[in-house]
Structures are given as structure tokens and as C-alpha cells.
Design a protein around this ligand. Structure first.
Ligand SMILES: Cc1cc2nc3c(=O)[nH]c(=O)nc-3n(C[C@H](O)[C@H](O)[C@H](O)COP(=O)(O)OP(=O)(O)OC[C@H]3O[C@@H](n4cnc5c(N)ncnc54)[C@H](O)[C@@H]3O)c2cc1C
Length: 432
């Protein structure tokens, strides 16, 4: 199997944009060119704002091109837990924001004509044990109260693979090829006239009150305002609030193509993209190239500066073992390649945006569920920075203070989470 340090979904852009050499001025500088940064820069360019976008590698190089490709209105934290911790109105605001994010991403695909194999097929938060099924039922109730149209499903009519007992079917959203999406959004960003500098990492950001100055290896950008859309790498910049984002490495594996009849034979007639209800989820989806992509289970915390890396062999082995356990009817299907990416976990496990200083705004809408949300928040921040009154969806995730609690995400905690999931799997197998 190939372990790759890039995305497995698509090739890198054929031609890299120039890197910054020298000093330039602009109105707004956006730092970090993932879905969030590109979406912000595009919005600003469309409004006629003089915008510069700085990207350490190539636009879309980070999580945006590497993820599992679920366009989902899930927020990272468990709905039942959120229902317990939050007022109902607050939860409704959060779900409204997440659903609007999905529609925003869908509209971006249509508006820019991005060919990324989007399928509006929803997703299923699937249960692989009776305990998870009970959890799904409770989650569905909380989600319905929060305004979601998700429905609880169970039994053979749900069209899920054998061994998946049921779950929550969310009709909103679906799946894309994120690599193709990133290339398409990059092309749209460049075509919109954004001044893009690739291979240009921001080394330091200084807000001196009147003006923001961004230092890069061979130059400097002076701007009225700056947006920080650097996701997992955010705390590599000292201007970011402490503990804004804990970097966590997440891996994906892709199999060889699987004949559609074989998916029917194992009961996966709906072809619904799946995420399990484990503490650390597992995801399984059929790709447009007829393969199965699956991921997560064992995730690993990292530190800035984030290295380029491939998935760890033991993590890939565990993912493959999990795939064969969940899909015994596909035990002969071979994994072909694996890659991964850095997600940024906020200390609340919820999306956040706010002010790092008077003239520097940030977003951290990731938590492993931010493909659509990062883009939507990017656009909302772009509006905010141009003086539009704060949108209610931005208000729903706005972090008023400059402080964050330290995150409890650490490698020992993540390992314990993985162990707890495996123990739950064992108990479920005994109870069958
Ligand atoms: C393996 C994996 C699977 C995932 N699956 C899903 C999924 O199915 N659905 C979902 O909704 N979410 C998923 N996610 C999360 C989702 O991909 C992210 O939430 C989303 O793409 C974040 O977008 P972003 O623009 O904030 O960050 P990124 O795409 O990470 O972009 C940040 C960019 O900033 C650049 N950068 C960083 N530091 C600097 C600097 N100092 N100067 C200049 N540039 C800098 C980076 O190079 C990068 O290109 C997954 C993530 C991973 C890794």
C-alpha cells in the first residue's frame, strides 16, 4: 500500500503561483488558503476590496483537499452532550449555522462550476451496536429539537451494510471529491483577481493599531485588516489566541475498486456515506471511482510547526482491521493508498471565530467537520471585516473573549478514547 504525504484525491496544481518577494500594501490580507481563506478572499474580491491571500504551500494544500469529502451539517460535538450542556435556543442557532454552511458550499460548487463529483445524498450517522443504536435514537431527538430534519432509521429497509443496525439519516449535504473541489475553488480565486502568493508562509503578524504587518520569508504585507484562516497551524503564529487550535493528525485509506454487485450483496443498497457513533468516529464511503474510502479511529495530536507527513503504519493497520471487521463480506478487498491531514481542534470542540486583536480576525471552524463550515465562516468574516453588521450565523460561533481553556486533547487522551471504543466493540461482539 502507498503511504502518501499529499492528498490522494487529485494531483497538485500544475503551476504554482509566485511567492512574495518585497513589500506590498493592500486593504485586507488573508493568511491561509484553505476553503476558509479562499472563500474569504473571493468574497472580498467580489466586493472590490484589494485583497492579498498568502498560502504557505499551494491553495487547498491543507485539510481542504485531503478530507473524507462529507459536506455535512454535523457539528463536532455529540448532540446529546450538547443538548445537556446548552440552552435549546443556543443549540438551534448552532444547527442553523451548520445547515447554512452546507447550502453555502453547495452554492459555491454551482456558482463557480466546480467539477468535484458532488452527490447530494446526505449522510448516515450509523450504529454498529445496540448501545450505539440507543444513542442514535437519543441524538435524533436532540437534533429534531434543534431544528434538524434528520430521521432515525433502523432495520434492513435502511439499506445499510450488514452489521450496521440503523442510525440517523441526515438528508442535507452529501459527498465530494475534495481534491477536485480544492483545485476548482483555487482556479475561481485566482480568476476573481485575488492577489495570491503561494509558497509564502506568514512568519509573524503584528497589529500596531493603525495597520497590520505580516512578515514572510522574503517580504512583508501591510494591510488595514487581516484574517487568520490557518486552521491547525493557527497557534504557530503568536498573534493567535493561546489554545485556539490543537493540531490533530487524521488518516484516510482508500481501497481498490469494488464491484457494485458486491455492495448490494452486503446490503449497502443505499450507498449512504457512513460515520459511526464511536467516541472517535469511523467513516466509510463509496467514492465516484468505485473505491471505498475510510478513516479516523486513531488520531494523533501534534505541535507547531506542523511537519509534512504520511499516516503512521500502525494507524493504517488499525483502520484496515476495522474496515475488514465492519465489512466481513469485503475481507478480500485490498487497501491501495493512505494519506492524512491536520485538523484543528478548538478547546470547546465547537467551531469558533473571533478577534485576535483589533484588526485581526480568526476562524477555527474545523474540528474535523469543517469542510463546508470553514468556507461559510470565511465569507462571513469577509463581510464582517468590510463593516457589514454581524451575521446571526457568525454571532452563533463568535468567541467574545481572547482566552480559551487549554484543550484536553493530548496523545494519552486520544489513545484512551481509541481504547474505550475498542472495548465497546468487544462488549458489543460478546452481546451479539
Ligand atoms: C483526513 C481528514 C478528513 C476530514 N473529513 C472531513 C469531512 O469528511 N467533512 C468535513 O466537513 N470535514 C472534514 N475534515 C475537516 C475539514 O477538511 C476542515 O475542517 C476544513 O477543510 C478546514 O478548512 P480550512 O480552510 O479552515 O483549513 P485548511 O484547509 O487546513 O487550510 C489552512 C491553510 O492554511 C495554510 N497555512 C497554515 N499556516 C500558514 C501560515 N503561517 N502562512 C500561510 N499559510 C498558512 C495551510 O497550508 C493550509 O493550506 C477532515 C479533515 C481531515 C484532515
Amino acid at each position: 500500500m502507498k503511504l502518501i504525504d499529499d492528498t490522494g484525491w487529485a494531483d497538485q496544481p500544475a503551476k504554482v503561483q509566485p511567492s512574495l518577494v518585497g513589500e506590498i500594501d493592500c486593504d485586507v490580507v488573508v493568511i491561509g488558503g484553505g476553503g476558509g481563506g479562499m472563500s474569504a478572499a473571493l468574497r472580498l474580491a467580489e466586493k472590490g476590496v484589494d485583497v492579498v491571500l498568502l498560502e504557505a504551500k499551494t491553495l487547498g494544500w491543507g485539510a481542504t483537499s485531503r478530507n473524507a469529502g462529507y459536506i455535512t451539517n454535523s457539528v463536532a460535538a455529540d448532540p446529546e452532550m450538547l443538548g445537556f450542556l446548552m440552552k435549546r435556543e443556543r443549540l438551534r442557532e448552532l444547527y442553523r449555522y451548520a445547515e447554512h454552511s452546507v447550502h453555502f458550499a453547495e452554492e459555491a460548487i454551482a456558482r463557480h462550476g466546480i467539477e468535484c463529483d458532488y452527490r447530494q445524498e446526505g449522510i448516515v450517522m450509523a450504529a454498529v451496536s445496540k448501545g450505539q443504536l440507543r444513542h442514535a435514537r437519543r441524538n435524533a431527538k436532540v437534533m429534531a429539537e434543534a431544528g434538524s430534519n434528520a430521521e432515525f432509521v433502523e432495520g434492513p429497509d435502511a439499506g445499510l451494510p450488514q452489521g450496521f443496525l440503523g442510525g440517523i439519516r441526515e438528508g442535507v449535504g452529501g459527498t465530494v471529491n475534495p481534491g477536485k473541489f480544492a483545485l476548482g475553488l483555487r482556479a475561481a480565486t485566482i480568476a476573481a483577481g485575488v492577489r495570491v502568493y503561494e509558497a509564502t508562509p506568514a512568519r509573524d503578524v503584528v497589529d500596531s493599531g493603525g495597520r497590520v504587518s505580516v512578515v514572510t520569508p522574503n517580504g512583508r504585507v501591510r494591510a488595514r485588516k487581516a484574517l487568520l484562516t490557518t486552521n491547525a497551524a493557527s497557534n504557530g503564529l503568536s498573534i493567535a489566541p493561546k489554545h485556539l487550535a490543537t493540531p490533530v493528525w487524521t488518516s484516510l485509506v482508500e481501497t481498490e475498486p469494488v464491484a457494485p454487485e458486491r455492495l448490494d450483496e452486503i446490503g449497502w443498497t443505499s450507498r449512504a456515506p457512513l460515520v459511526t457513533l464511536h467516541m472517535i468516529l469511523e467513516s466509510y464511503r463509496v467514492t465516484p471511482r468505485g473505491t471505498i474510502a475510510f478513516g479516523t479511529r486513531r488520531i494523533q495530536a501534534g505541535r507547531n510547526p506542523l511537519p509534512d507527513r504520511t499516516p503512521a503504519p500502525n494507524v493504517v493497520d488499525d483502520l484496515v482491521r476495522g474496515f475488514h471487521e465492519r465489512f466481513p463480506g469485503l475481507s478480500d478487498v485490498k487497501p491501495v493508498q493512505a494519506w492524512g491531514g491536520w485538523i484543528g481542534m478548538s478547546s470547546t470542540w465547537l467551531p469558533v471565530a473571533g478577534e485576535a486583536s483589533d484588526n485581526v480576525l480568526y476562524s477555527e471552524a474545523c474540528n474535523g467537520h469543517g469542510f463546508a463550515q470553514a468556507q461559510y465562516v470565511g465569507q462571513l468574516l469577509a463581510d464582517q471585516v468590510t463593516g457589514v453588521p454581524m451575521h446571526e450565523d457568525l454571532a452563533a460561533i463568535w468567541h467574545g473573549s481572547k482566552r480559551f481553556w487549554p484543550s484536553f486533547v493530548s496523545n494519552p487522551a486520544l489513545y484512551l478514547g481509541w481504547l474505550a471504543d475498542r472495548a465497546a466493540d468487544r462488549l458489543a461482539a460478546i452481546g451479539k
